[in-house]
Design a protein around this ligand. Sequence first.
Ligand code: GP9
Ligand code: MN
Length: 627
Amino acid sequence: MDISKLINNKVSDHIIHGIDLLFFAIVISIKVIVYATQISPDYLYIKVFYPIVASILILVSFAALFKGKKRMKFLYIMDIIVSIILVADIMYYRYFKDILTVSEIGNARLLGGVSSSVGSLFNIKDILYFVDIIVLSFFIRKFNKKTPSYTPTLLKRFLTFIFIFIIGFCIDVKSVYAVSQEQPTLLSSMSNRIYLTKLIGNLNFHAIDAYNFVSTKAKNLEPLSDERKTEITNFLKSNNQYTTTDLKGSMEGKNVIMIQVEALQQFVINQKINGQEITPNLNRWLGKSLYFDNYFYQVAGGTTADAEFMSNNSLYPSISGAAYYNYSGDTLSSLAKELKDKNYYTAALHGNTEGFWNRNVMYRTESFDKFYGKSSLNSNEIVGLGISDRSFLNQSIEKLKSFKQPYYSFIITLSSHYPYDDVKHYGNFNVGEYEGTLMGNYLKAIHYTDEQLGTFLDKLDNDGITKNSVIVLYGDHFAIPKTNADQLFKFEGTTNTNDLNWINYQKVPLMIHFPDDKNSGVNHTYSGQMDLYPTLANLLNLPKNYMLGQDMLNTSANNKKVIFRDGSFTDGKTYYCSSTNTYYDIQTGKTIQETPELKNKKVEYSNELTYSDDILNHNLLKTLENK
Ligand code: GP9
Ligand code: MN
Protein backbone atom coordinates (compact mmCIF):
# COMPACT_ATOMS: atom_id res chain seq x y z
CA MET A 1 0.00 0.00 0.00
CA ASP A 2 1.49 3.35 -0.90
CA ILE A 3 2.15 5.81 1.90
CA SER A 4 -0.09 8.66 0.65
CA LYS A 5 -3.02 6.27 0.42
CA LEU A 6 -2.33 5.18 3.98
CA ILE A 7 -2.35 8.79 5.27
CA ASN A 8 -5.51 9.57 3.33
CA ASN A 9 -7.17 6.51 4.78
CA LYS A 10 -6.26 7.55 8.32
CA VAL A 11 -7.63 11.08 7.82
CA SER A 12 -10.83 9.90 6.22
CA ASP A 13 -11.18 7.28 8.96
CA HIS A 14 -11.02 10.05 11.56
CA ILE A 15 -13.59 12.11 9.74
CA ILE A 16 -15.85 9.15 9.21
CA HIS A 17 -15.22 8.19 12.78
CA GLY A 18 -16.64 11.48 14.05
CA ILE A 19 -19.33 11.97 11.46
CA ASP A 20 -22.06 10.03 13.25
CA LEU A 21 -21.53 12.13 16.38
CA LEU A 22 -21.60 15.33 14.38
CA PHE A 23 -24.64 14.23 12.42
CA PHE A 24 -26.47 13.36 15.63
CA ALA A 25 -25.59 16.68 17.25
CA ILE A 26 -26.81 18.65 14.24
CA VAL A 27 -30.02 16.68 13.71
CA ILE A 28 -31.03 16.80 17.38
CA SER A 29 -30.17 20.51 17.62
CA ILE A 30 -32.41 21.19 14.64
CA LYS A 31 -35.22 19.18 16.19
CA VAL A 32 -34.97 20.91 19.58
CA ILE A 33 -34.84 24.33 17.94
CA VAL A 34 -37.78 23.58 15.64
CA TYR A 35 -39.63 22.32 18.70
CA ALA A 36 -38.74 25.55 20.50
CA THR A 37 -40.22 27.71 17.75
CA GLN A 38 -43.35 25.56 17.74
CA ILE A 39 -44.17 25.80 21.41
CA SER A 40 -43.87 29.54 21.65
CA PRO A 41 -43.36 32.17 18.98
CA ASP A 42 -41.35 34.37 21.37
CA TYR A 43 -39.39 31.36 22.53
CA LEU A 44 -36.22 31.77 20.57
CA TYR A 45 -33.63 34.07 21.82
CA ILE A 46 -29.93 33.62 21.53
CA LYS A 47 -29.23 32.65 25.16
CA VAL A 48 -31.21 29.44 24.93
CA PHE A 49 -28.99 28.07 22.14
CA TYR A 50 -26.13 27.51 24.59
CA PRO A 51 -27.94 25.20 27.02
CA ILE A 52 -29.66 23.43 24.10
CA VAL A 53 -26.31 22.66 22.45
CA ALA A 54 -24.72 21.88 25.83
CA SER A 55 -27.36 19.27 26.67
CA ILE A 56 -26.86 17.64 23.27
CA LEU A 57 -23.07 17.64 23.74
CA ILE A 58 -23.56 15.72 26.97
CA LEU A 59 -25.55 13.05 25.09
CA VAL A 60 -22.87 12.96 22.39
CA SER A 61 -20.12 12.56 24.99
CA PHE A 62 -21.70 9.35 26.30
CA ALA A 63 -21.98 8.03 22.76
CA ALA A 64 -18.24 8.58 22.34
CA LEU A 65 -17.60 5.90 24.97
CA PHE A 66 -18.92 3.20 22.65
CA LYS A 67 -17.22 1.66 19.61
CA GLY A 68 -18.49 1.52 16.00
CA LYS A 69 -21.77 -0.38 15.77
CA LYS A 70 -22.68 0.01 19.43
CA ARG A 71 -22.16 3.74 19.22
CA MET A 72 -24.35 3.99 16.17
CA LYS A 73 -27.05 2.03 18.01
CA PHE A 74 -26.76 4.27 21.07
CA LEU A 75 -27.13 7.42 18.96
CA TYR A 76 -30.03 5.94 17.07
CA ILE A 77 -31.89 5.03 20.26
CA MET A 78 -31.18 8.50 21.71
CA ASP A 79 -32.57 10.05 18.54
CA ILE A 80 -35.77 8.02 18.94
CA ILE A 81 -36.10 8.90 22.63
CA VAL A 82 -35.49 12.63 22.12
CA SER A 83 -37.95 12.72 19.19
CA ILE A 84 -40.64 10.99 21.24
CA ILE A 85 -40.09 13.45 24.11
CA LEU A 86 -40.35 16.43 21.77
CA VAL A 87 -43.51 15.20 20.07
CA ALA A 88 -45.08 14.28 23.43
CA ASP A 89 -44.25 17.79 24.67
CA ILE A 90 -45.76 19.40 21.60
CA MET A 91 -48.94 17.39 21.89
CA TYR A 92 -49.18 18.23 25.57
CA TYR A 93 -48.52 21.87 24.77
CA ARG A 94 -51.38 21.92 22.25
CA TYR A 95 -53.73 20.96 25.03
CA PHE A 96 -52.34 22.62 28.13
CA LYS A 97 -50.00 25.30 26.78
CA ASP A 98 -47.35 23.81 29.02
CA ILE A 99 -44.63 21.16 29.13
CA LEU A 100 -45.06 17.57 30.22
CA THR A 101 -43.47 16.40 33.47
CA VAL A 102 -42.65 12.97 34.88
CA SER A 103 -45.19 13.44 37.66
CA GLU A 104 -47.88 14.03 35.08
CA ILE A 105 -46.95 10.89 33.18
CA GLY A 106 -47.14 9.05 36.49
CA ASN A 107 -50.52 10.58 37.17
CA ALA A 108 -51.86 10.30 33.63
CA ARG A 109 -55.17 9.02 34.98
CA LEU A 110 -55.60 12.45 36.59
CA LEU A 111 -55.28 14.29 33.33
CA GLY A 112 -58.73 13.19 32.20
CA GLY A 113 -59.59 14.81 28.88
CA VAL A 114 -56.10 14.88 27.45
CA SER A 115 -55.44 11.13 27.69
CA SER A 116 -58.68 10.32 25.88
CA SER A 117 -58.00 12.78 23.06
CA VAL A 118 -54.34 12.02 22.35
CA GLY A 119 -55.15 11.24 18.70
CA SER A 120 -56.66 14.65 18.07
CA LEU A 121 -53.57 16.36 19.45
CA PHE A 122 -51.27 14.69 16.95
CA ASN A 123 -50.52 16.77 13.87
CA ILE A 124 -49.41 15.09 10.67
CA LYS A 125 -46.40 17.43 10.53
CA ASP A 126 -45.13 15.83 13.74
CA ILE A 127 -44.01 12.88 11.61
CA LEU A 128 -41.18 15.12 10.36
CA TYR A 129 -39.51 14.57 13.74
CA PHE A 130 -39.16 10.89 12.81
CA VAL A 131 -38.08 11.21 9.17
CA ASP A 132 -34.36 10.86 9.93
CA ILE A 133 -35.08 7.86 12.12
CA ILE A 134 -36.82 6.07 9.22
CA VAL A 135 -34.11 6.99 6.71
CA LEU A 136 -31.28 6.13 9.10
CA SER A 137 -32.67 2.67 9.77
CA PHE A 138 -31.57 1.64 6.21
CA PHE A 139 -28.07 3.05 6.66
CA ILE A 140 -27.67 1.40 9.99
CA ARG A 141 -28.61 -1.98 8.56
CA LYS A 142 -25.96 -1.52 5.86
CA PHE A 143 -23.35 -0.29 8.31
CA ASN A 144 -23.95 -3.24 10.59
CA LYS A 145 -22.89 -5.61 7.82
CA LYS A 146 -19.52 -3.85 7.36
CA THR A 147 -16.50 -4.38 9.58
CA PRO A 148 -15.32 -0.93 10.75
CA SER A 149 -11.92 0.03 9.32
CA TYR A 150 -10.98 1.99 12.41
CA THR A 151 -11.68 1.32 16.11
CA PRO A 152 -10.32 3.80 18.66
CA THR A 153 -8.78 2.44 21.83
CA LEU A 154 -10.61 2.62 25.16
CA LEU A 155 -8.28 5.40 26.30
CA LYS A 156 -9.02 7.46 23.19
CA ARG A 157 -12.75 6.93 23.60
CA PHE A 158 -12.57 7.90 27.23
CA LEU A 159 -10.59 11.06 26.50
CA THR A 160 -13.07 12.06 23.80
CA PHE A 161 -15.91 11.50 26.29
CA ILE A 162 -14.26 13.62 28.97
CA PHE A 163 -13.45 16.39 26.50
CA ILE A 164 -16.98 16.71 25.06
CA PHE A 165 -18.67 16.13 28.41
CA ILE A 166 -16.72 18.88 30.17
CA ILE A 167 -17.57 21.42 27.46
CA GLY A 168 -21.29 20.53 27.58
CA PHE A 169 -21.38 20.35 31.36
CA CYS A 170 -19.68 23.71 31.91
CA ILE A 171 -22.04 25.54 29.53
CA ASP A 172 -25.02 23.82 31.17
CA VAL A 173 -23.91 24.63 34.70
CA LYS A 174 -23.48 28.26 33.69
CA SER A 175 -27.06 28.51 32.36
CA VAL A 176 -28.60 26.60 35.27
CA TYR A 177 -26.63 28.68 37.76
CA ALA A 178 -27.90 31.87 36.11
CA VAL A 179 -31.49 30.63 36.59
CA SER A 180 -30.85 29.73 40.23
CA GLN A 181 -29.56 33.26 40.80
CA GLU A 182 -32.44 34.94 39.01
CA GLN A 183 -35.19 32.80 40.57
CA PRO A 184 -33.81 30.68 43.43
CA THR A 185 -36.80 28.33 43.77
CA LEU A 186 -37.72 27.87 40.12
CA LEU A 187 -35.54 24.78 39.56
CA SER A 188 -37.02 22.85 42.45
CA SER A 189 -40.57 24.19 42.41
CA MET A 190 -40.87 24.18 38.58
CA SER A 191 -43.72 26.66 38.92
CA ASN A 192 -43.40 28.13 35.43
CA ARG A 193 -42.30 25.31 33.16
CA ILE A 194 -42.52 27.21 29.88
CA TYR A 195 -40.35 29.98 31.25
CA LEU A 196 -37.81 27.54 32.68
CA THR A 197 -37.62 25.71 29.35
CA LYS A 198 -37.05 29.04 27.64
CA LEU A 199 -34.03 29.56 29.86
CA ILE A 200 -32.42 26.13 29.80
CA GLY A 201 -33.87 24.29 26.82
CA ASN A 202 -36.15 21.28 26.62
CA LEU A 203 -33.63 18.50 27.33
CA ASN A 204 -32.23 20.16 30.42
CA PHE A 205 -35.76 20.84 31.64
CA HIS A 206 -36.58 17.13 31.45
CA ALA A 207 -33.31 16.13 33.09
CA ILE A 208 -33.99 18.43 36.06
CA ASP A 209 -37.63 17.38 36.25
CA ALA A 210 -36.61 13.70 36.29
CA TYR A 211 -33.99 14.41 38.95
CA ASN A 212 -36.56 16.21 41.16
CA PHE A 213 -39.02 13.37 40.73
CA VAL A 214 -36.56 10.57 41.47
CA SER A 215 -34.98 12.32 44.45
CA THR A 216 -38.41 12.90 46.06
CA LYS A 217 -39.39 9.27 45.45
CA ALA A 218 -36.05 7.98 46.76
CA LYS A 219 -36.51 9.91 49.98
CA ASN A 220 -39.80 8.13 50.56
CA LEU A 221 -38.80 4.56 49.87
CA GLU A 222 -38.41 3.66 53.52
CA PRO A 223 -41.85 2.62 54.83
CA LEU A 224 -43.22 4.26 57.99
CA SER A 225 -42.93 2.16 61.12
CA ASP A 226 -46.14 1.14 62.90
CA GLU A 227 -45.10 3.21 65.94
CA ARG A 228 -44.66 6.29 63.78
CA LYS A 229 -48.05 5.74 62.16
CA THR A 230 -49.68 5.43 65.58
CA GLU A 231 -47.90 8.57 66.79
CA ILE A 232 -49.19 10.53 63.79
CA THR A 233 -52.73 9.17 64.05
CA ASN A 234 -52.84 10.04 67.74
CA PHE A 235 -51.67 13.54 67.00
CA LEU A 236 -54.30 13.98 64.27
CA LYS A 237 -57.01 12.78 66.66
CA SER A 238 -55.99 15.15 69.43
CA ASN A 239 -55.30 18.15 67.18
CA ASN A 240 -58.84 19.21 66.47
CA GLN A 241 -60.57 18.68 69.81
CA TYR A 242 -62.19 21.82 71.21
CA THR A 243 -64.04 22.69 74.33
CA THR A 244 -66.11 25.40 72.64
CA THR A 245 -68.31 25.11 69.55
CA ASP A 246 -68.57 28.72 68.33
CA LEU A 247 -70.58 29.03 65.09
CA LYS A 248 -70.42 25.26 64.58
CA GLY A 249 -72.45 24.16 61.58
CA SER A 250 -73.84 27.69 61.11
CA MET A 251 -72.97 27.69 57.38
CA GLU A 252 -73.93 24.09 56.63
CA GLY A 253 -75.48 23.79 53.17
CA LYS A 254 -74.46 27.33 52.10
CA ASN A 255 -72.48 27.97 48.93
CA VAL A 256 -68.78 28.52 49.60
CA ILE A 257 -67.05 31.14 47.47
CA MET A 258 -63.36 31.25 48.28
CA ILE A 259 -61.19 33.90 46.64
CA GLN A 260 -57.42 33.70 46.84
CA VAL A 261 -55.99 37.06 45.89
CA GLU A 262 -52.57 37.26 44.24
CA ALA A 263 -49.98 39.07 46.40
CA LEU A 264 -52.55 40.76 48.64
CA GLN A 265 -50.67 41.76 51.77
CA GLN A 266 -52.08 43.13 54.98
CA PHE A 267 -50.05 46.34 54.93
CA VAL A 268 -52.20 47.91 52.21
CA ILE A 269 -55.47 47.35 54.09
CA ASN A 270 -56.99 50.52 55.57
CA GLN A 271 -53.97 52.48 54.33
CA LYS A 272 -53.87 55.64 52.30
CA ILE A 273 -51.43 56.98 49.77
CA ASN A 274 -51.66 60.63 48.77
CA GLY A 275 -54.89 60.85 50.71
CA GLN A 276 -56.58 58.03 48.75
CA GLU A 277 -57.39 54.60 50.12
CA ILE A 278 -55.33 51.87 48.44
CA THR A 279 -58.00 49.19 48.79
CA PRO A 280 -61.29 51.07 49.34
CA ASN A 281 -63.47 48.12 48.28
CA LEU A 282 -61.78 45.52 50.43
CA ASN A 283 -61.79 47.92 53.37
CA ARG A 284 -65.56 48.31 52.94
CA TRP A 285 -66.14 44.56 52.67
CA LEU A 286 -63.82 43.75 55.57
CA GLY A 287 -65.93 46.14 57.63
CA LYS A 288 -69.02 43.99 57.15
CA SER A 289 -67.21 40.67 57.55
CA LEU A 290 -65.30 38.72 60.12
CA TYR A 291 -61.82 40.07 59.53
CA PHE A 292 -58.69 38.31 60.83
CA ASP A 293 -55.92 40.87 61.02
CA ASN A 294 -53.15 38.68 62.44
CA TYR A 295 -53.30 36.06 59.72
CA PHE A 296 -49.98 34.92 58.21
CA TYR A 297 -49.14 33.34 54.93
CA GLN A 298 -47.15 30.14 55.50
CA VAL A 299 -46.05 29.35 51.98
CA ALA A 300 -42.71 27.80 50.97
CA GLY A 301 -41.25 27.07 47.51
CA GLY A 302 -44.70 26.56 45.99
CA THR A 303 -45.87 30.16 46.75
CA THR A 304 -49.39 30.54 45.25
CA ALA A 305 -49.82 26.78 44.98
CA ASP A 306 -48.76 26.32 48.61
CA ALA A 307 -51.36 28.87 49.71
CA GLU A 308 -53.97 26.92 47.77
CA PHE A 309 -52.71 23.62 49.17
CA MET A 310 -52.81 24.72 52.80
CA SER A 311 -56.17 26.48 52.51
CA ASN A 312 -57.75 23.41 50.95
CA ASN A 313 -56.05 20.64 52.93
CA SER A 314 -54.59 22.04 56.17
CA LEU A 315 -51.35 20.18 55.53
CA TYR A 316 -47.95 21.87 55.34
CA PRO A 317 -46.27 22.62 52.03
CA SER A 318 -43.45 20.46 50.79
CA ILE A 319 -40.02 21.05 52.35
CA SER A 320 -38.60 21.50 48.86
CA GLY A 321 -40.32 22.04 45.56
CA ALA A 322 -44.09 22.42 45.50
CA ALA A 323 -46.71 20.22 47.14
CA TYR A 324 -48.78 20.65 43.97
CA TYR A 325 -46.14 18.59 42.12
CA ASN A 326 -44.78 16.33 44.82
CA TYR A 327 -48.11 15.19 46.20
CA SER A 328 -50.34 15.33 43.17
CA GLY A 329 -50.84 11.57 43.28
CA ASP A 330 -51.82 11.46 46.97
CA THR A 331 -55.19 10.79 48.53
CA LEU A 332 -56.38 13.97 50.21
CA SER A 333 -59.28 14.84 52.44
CA SER A 334 -59.59 18.28 50.87
CA LEU A 335 -62.30 20.89 51.33
CA ALA A 336 -63.71 20.04 47.89
CA LYS A 337 -63.72 16.32 48.68
CA GLU A 338 -65.57 16.74 51.98
CA LEU A 339 -68.07 19.15 50.43
CA LYS A 340 -68.61 16.81 47.49
CA ASP A 341 -69.48 14.12 50.02
CA LYS A 342 -72.22 16.52 51.10
CA ASN A 343 -73.49 16.87 47.54
CA TYR A 344 -71.78 20.12 46.69
CA TYR A 345 -70.71 20.93 43.15
CA THR A 346 -67.04 21.96 43.25
CA ALA A 347 -65.13 24.11 40.75
CA ALA A 348 -61.80 25.92 40.63
CA LEU A 349 -61.36 29.00 38.43
CA HIS A 350 -58.13 30.71 37.40
CA GLY A 351 -57.18 32.79 34.35
CA ASN A 352 -53.83 31.17 33.56
CA THR A 353 -52.78 28.08 31.58
CA GLU A 354 -54.06 24.91 33.21
CA GLY A 355 -50.65 23.32 33.70
CA PHE A 356 -49.20 26.23 35.68
CA TRP A 357 -48.37 24.89 39.15
CA ASN A 358 -49.66 21.50 37.98
CA ARG A 359 -53.19 22.70 38.73
CA ASN A 360 -54.81 20.54 36.06
CA VAL A 361 -53.55 17.46 37.89
CA MET A 362 -53.83 18.71 41.45
CA TYR A 363 -57.41 19.97 41.22
CA ARG A 364 -58.47 16.46 40.30
CA THR A 365 -56.52 15.08 43.25
CA GLU A 366 -58.31 17.66 45.41
CA SER A 367 -61.65 16.40 44.04
CA PHE A 368 -62.76 19.47 42.11
CA ASP A 369 -65.48 18.54 39.63
CA LYS A 370 -64.26 21.10 37.14
CA PHE A 371 -61.37 23.47 36.53
CA TYR A 372 -62.07 26.57 34.46
CA GLY A 373 -58.61 27.65 33.32
CA LYS A 374 -57.44 29.83 30.47
CA SER A 375 -58.48 27.44 27.72
CA SER A 376 -62.07 27.23 28.91
CA LEU A 377 -62.41 30.98 29.57
CA ASN A 378 -62.36 33.93 27.21
CA SER A 379 -58.91 35.55 27.00
CA ASN A 380 -60.37 38.85 25.79
CA GLU A 381 -58.13 40.97 28.04
CA ILE A 382 -54.66 39.94 29.20
CA VAL A 383 -52.74 41.47 32.09
CA GLY A 384 -49.36 40.04 33.07
CA LEU A 385 -49.46 36.25 33.15
CA GLY A 386 -53.03 35.72 32.04
CA ILE A 387 -56.64 36.88 31.83
CA SER A 388 -57.17 40.25 33.56
CA ASP A 389 -58.93 40.18 36.92
CA ARG A 390 -61.64 42.37 35.41
CA SER A 391 -62.50 39.91 32.67
CA PHE A 392 -61.81 36.83 34.80
CA LEU A 393 -64.03 37.90 37.70
CA ASN A 394 -66.83 38.91 35.31
CA GLN A 395 -66.66 35.50 33.68
CA SER A 396 -66.48 33.83 37.10
CA ILE A 397 -69.77 35.44 38.17
CA GLU A 398 -71.49 34.03 35.11
CA LYS A 399 -70.08 30.58 35.88
CA LEU A 400 -71.22 30.79 39.52
CA LYS A 401 -74.73 31.60 38.41
CA SER A 402 -74.79 28.49 36.23
CA PHE A 403 -73.60 26.12 38.99
CA LYS A 404 -75.89 23.68 40.72
CA GLN A 405 -76.33 24.74 44.36
CA PRO A 406 -74.86 24.29 46.85
CA TYR A 407 -71.45 24.80 45.33
CA TYR A 408 -67.88 25.40 46.37
CA SER A 409 -66.08 27.79 43.99
CA PHE A 410 -62.40 28.35 44.46
CA ILE A 411 -61.37 31.50 42.60
CA ILE A 412 -57.73 32.57 42.21
CA THR A 413 -56.94 36.06 40.91
CA LEU A 414 -53.81 36.90 38.93
CA SER A 415 -53.37 40.50 37.72
CA SER A 416 -51.56 41.74 40.84
CA HIS A 417 -48.64 39.43 40.17
CA TYR A 418 -45.00 40.39 40.68
CA PRO A 419 -43.26 42.38 39.17
CA TYR A 420 -46.45 44.47 38.63
CA ASP A 421 -45.02 45.97 35.47
CA ASP A 422 -48.10 45.72 33.25
CA VAL A 423 -48.89 49.16 34.70
CA LYS A 424 -50.71 50.51 31.64
CA HIS A 425 -53.60 48.22 32.60
CA TYR A 426 -53.75 49.25 36.22
CA GLY A 427 -55.29 52.71 35.69
CA ASN A 428 -54.25 56.12 36.94
CA PHE A 429 -53.83 55.54 40.64
CA ASN A 430 -51.50 58.25 41.90
CA VAL A 431 -48.78 56.71 44.06
CA GLY A 432 -46.86 59.98 44.49
CA GLU A 433 -43.25 59.50 45.57
CA TYR A 434 -43.50 55.75 44.82
CA GLU A 435 -44.07 56.33 41.11
CA GLY A 436 -41.75 54.11 39.04
CA THR A 437 -40.69 51.88 41.97
CA LEU A 438 -41.63 48.25 42.68
CA MET A 439 -43.71 49.44 45.64
CA GLY A 440 -45.45 52.06 43.51
CA ASN A 441 -46.30 49.54 40.83
CA TYR A 442 -47.55 47.09 43.43
CA LEU A 443 -49.84 49.74 44.93
CA LYS A 444 -51.26 50.40 41.46
CA ALA A 445 -51.72 46.68 40.82
CA ILE A 446 -53.43 45.96 44.11
CA HIS A 447 -55.62 49.06 43.75
CA TYR A 448 -56.71 47.73 40.36
CA THR A 449 -57.43 44.26 41.76
CA ASP A 450 -59.32 45.83 44.68
CA GLU A 451 -61.56 47.62 42.19
CA GLN A 452 -62.32 44.38 40.34
CA LEU A 453 -62.97 42.55 43.61
CA GLY A 454 -65.28 45.35 44.71
CA THR A 455 -67.30 45.05 41.50
CA PHE A 456 -67.39 41.27 41.88
CA LEU A 457 -68.51 41.29 45.53
CA ASP A 458 -71.08 44.03 44.95
CA LYS A 459 -72.55 42.03 42.07
CA LEU A 460 -72.79 38.95 44.29
CA ASP A 461 -74.62 41.12 46.79
CA ASN A 462 -76.98 42.70 44.26
CA ASP A 463 -77.79 39.31 42.78
CA GLY A 464 -78.69 37.99 46.22
CA ILE A 465 -75.91 35.39 46.11
CA THR A 466 -74.39 36.62 49.39
CA LYS A 467 -77.60 35.70 51.21
CA ASN A 468 -76.97 32.06 50.54
CA SER A 469 -73.19 31.94 50.60
CA VAL A 470 -70.20 32.23 52.84
CA ILE A 471 -67.49 34.26 51.11
CA VAL A 472 -63.88 33.74 52.07
CA LEU A 473 -61.14 36.02 50.76
CA TYR A 474 -57.44 36.06 51.60
CA GLY A 475 -54.02 36.99 50.19
CA ASP A 476 -51.76 34.19 48.99
CA HIS A 477 -48.31 35.50 49.98
CA PHE A 478 -45.87 38.41 50.05
CA ALA A 479 -46.03 41.17 47.50
CA ILE A 480 -42.63 42.68 48.17
CA PRO A 481 -39.89 40.04 48.15
CA LYS A 482 -37.21 40.09 50.83
CA THR A 483 -34.68 41.36 48.30
CA ASN A 484 -36.73 44.58 48.17
CA ALA A 485 -37.35 44.72 51.93
CA ASP A 486 -36.03 48.30 52.07
CA GLN A 487 -39.03 49.49 50.03
CA LEU A 488 -41.46 47.86 52.45
CA PHE A 489 -39.69 49.21 55.53
CA LYS A 490 -39.59 52.67 53.97
CA PHE A 491 -43.32 52.51 53.20
CA GLU A 492 -43.97 51.57 56.83
CA GLY A 493 -41.56 54.23 58.09
CA THR A 494 -39.59 51.60 60.01
CA THR A 495 -35.90 52.03 60.68
CA ASN A 496 -35.58 48.82 62.68
CA THR A 497 -35.26 46.21 59.95
CA ASN A 498 -34.85 43.11 62.14
CA ASP A 499 -36.50 39.72 61.54
CA LEU A 500 -39.36 40.48 63.90
CA ASN A 501 -40.32 43.59 61.98
CA TRP A 502 -40.08 41.72 58.71
CA ILE A 503 -42.40 38.94 59.90
CA ASN A 504 -44.83 41.52 61.28
CA TYR A 505 -45.38 42.68 57.72
CA GLN A 506 -45.84 39.14 56.41
CA LYS A 507 -49.52 39.05 57.23
CA VAL A 508 -52.28 38.73 54.68
CA PRO A 509 -55.88 39.74 55.32
CA LEU A 510 -58.47 37.01 55.81
CA MET A 511 -62.12 37.89 55.38
CA ILE A 512 -65.05 35.61 56.10
CA HIS A 513 -68.31 37.19 55.02
CA PHE A 514 -71.51 35.68 56.38
CA PRO A 515 -75.02 36.16 54.92
CA ASP A 516 -76.63 39.47 55.98
CA ASP A 517 -73.23 40.75 57.19
CA LYS A 518 -73.55 38.64 60.32
CA ASN A 519 -70.66 38.02 62.76
CA SER A 520 -68.77 41.05 61.46
CA GLY A 521 -65.85 42.42 63.47
CA VAL A 522 -62.10 42.17 63.78
CA ASN A 523 -60.56 39.03 65.22
CA HIS A 524 -56.95 39.48 66.37
CA THR A 525 -56.17 35.77 66.81
CA TYR A 526 -52.69 34.83 65.64
CA SER A 527 -53.36 32.37 62.87
CA GLY A 528 -52.37 31.40 59.34
CA GLN A 529 -53.34 29.66 56.16
CA MET A 530 -53.09 26.23 57.80
CA ASP A 531 -56.01 27.23 60.01
CA LEU A 532 -58.52 28.18 57.34
CA TYR A 533 -59.79 24.72 56.50
CA PRO A 534 -60.39 23.63 60.13
CA THR A 535 -62.24 26.93 60.70
CA LEU A 536 -64.42 26.39 57.63
CA ALA A 537 -64.92 22.72 58.56
CA ASN A 538 -66.39 23.93 61.86
CA LEU A 539 -68.74 26.38 60.08
CA LEU A 540 -69.79 23.81 57.47
CA ASN A 541 -69.91 20.78 59.76
CA LEU A 542 -67.25 18.80 57.96
CA PRO A 543 -65.03 16.08 59.47
CA LYS A 544 -61.69 17.33 60.80
CA ASN A 545 -59.74 14.11 60.85
CA TYR A 546 -56.60 14.95 58.96
CA MET A 547 -55.84 18.58 59.68
CA LEU A 548 -52.69 20.00 61.16
CA GLY A 549 -54.06 23.53 61.52
CA GLN A 550 -56.53 24.76 64.13
CA ASP A 551 -60.06 26.14 64.12
CA MET A 552 -59.46 29.86 64.64
CA LEU A 553 -62.82 30.37 66.29
CA ASN A 554 -62.45 27.65 68.90
CA THR A 555 -58.76 27.36 69.76
CA SER A 556 -58.02 28.49 73.28
CA ALA A 557 -55.63 31.42 73.71
CA ASN A 558 -52.75 29.33 75.09
CA ASN A 559 -52.85 26.81 72.25
CA LYS A 560 -52.52 29.29 69.41
CA LYS A 561 -49.57 28.93 67.10
CA VAL A 562 -48.45 29.67 63.58
CA ILE A 563 -45.68 27.38 62.34
CA PHE A 564 -43.69 28.38 59.28
CA ARG A 565 -42.19 25.87 56.92
CA ASP A 566 -38.62 26.67 57.98
CA GLY A 567 -39.40 25.88 61.62
CA SER A 568 -39.92 29.51 62.68
CA PHE A 569 -43.10 30.06 64.67
CA THR A 570 -45.18 32.58 66.57
CA ASP A 571 -47.86 32.21 69.19
CA GLY A 572 -48.74 35.87 69.41
CA LYS A 573 -46.43 36.47 72.36
CA THR A 574 -43.12 35.19 71.01
CA TYR A 575 -41.65 34.98 67.54
CA TYR A 576 -38.97 32.39 66.93
CA CYS A 577 -36.79 32.96 63.87
CA SER A 578 -35.23 29.63 62.90
CA SER A 579 -32.60 30.98 60.52
CA THR A 580 -30.87 32.84 63.36
CA ASN A 581 -32.19 30.69 66.22
CA THR A 582 -33.45 33.86 67.92
CA TYR A 583 -36.56 34.43 70.04
CA TYR A 584 -38.30 37.82 70.14
CA ASP A 585 -40.81 39.12 72.60
CA ILE A 586 -43.50 40.54 70.31
CA GLN A 587 -44.72 43.12 72.82
CA THR A 588 -41.34 44.67 73.59
CA GLY A 589 -39.69 43.89 70.24
CA LYS A 590 -36.60 42.67 72.14
CA THR A 591 -34.77 39.38 71.75
CA ILE A 592 -35.18 36.95 74.64
CA GLN A 593 -33.34 33.87 75.89
CA GLU A 594 -34.61 30.41 75.10
CA THR A 595 -36.54 28.96 78.06
CA PRO A 596 -37.23 25.22 78.56
CA GLU A 597 -40.85 25.97 77.62
CA LEU A 598 -39.82 27.69 74.37
CA LYS A 599 -37.40 24.92 73.58
CA ASN A 600 -40.20 22.38 74.00
CA LYS A 601 -42.37 24.37 71.63
CA LYS A 602 -39.56 24.55 69.09
CA VAL A 603 -39.16 20.75 69.17
CA GLU A 604 -42.90 20.08 69.23
CA TYR A 605 -43.60 22.36 66.28
CA SER A 606 -40.80 21.06 64.14
CA ASN A 607 -42.21 17.61 64.87
CA GLU A 608 -45.58 18.71 63.52
CA LEU A 609 -43.90 19.65 60.28
CA THR A 610 -42.45 16.17 60.02
CA TYR A 611 -45.90 14.64 60.68
CA SER A 612 -47.17 16.53 57.69
CA ASP A 613 -44.18 15.42 55.58
CA ASP A 614 -44.69 11.79 56.59
CA ILE A 615 -48.41 11.92 55.87
CA LEU A 616 -47.77 13.29 52.40
CA ASN A 617 -44.59 11.41 51.50
CA HIS A 618 -46.17 8.09 52.42
CA ASN A 619 -49.66 8.87 51.20
CA LEU A 620 -50.92 8.03 54.66
CA LEU A 621 -54.45 9.29 54.14
CA LYS A 622 -54.96 6.53 51.61
CA THR A 623 -54.24 3.91 54.28
CA LEU A 624 -56.19 5.73 56.98
CA GLU A 625 -59.23 6.37 54.75
CA ASN A 626 -59.42 2.69 53.82
CA LYS A 627 -59.38 1.51 57.43
C1 GP9 B 1 -49.97 31.67 38.24
C2 GP9 B 1 -50.07 32.26 39.56
C3 GP9 B 1 -48.76 32.75 40.07
O1 GP9 B 1 -51.03 30.98 37.74
O2 GP9 B 1 -50.86 31.59 40.41
O3 GP9 B 1 -48.08 31.98 40.95
P1 GP9 B 1 -46.92 32.61 41.86
O4 GP9 B 1 -45.80 32.96 40.93
O5 GP9 B 1 -47.47 33.82 42.53
O6 GP9 B 1 -46.56 31.55 42.85
MN1 MN C 1 -49.10 34.18 43.90
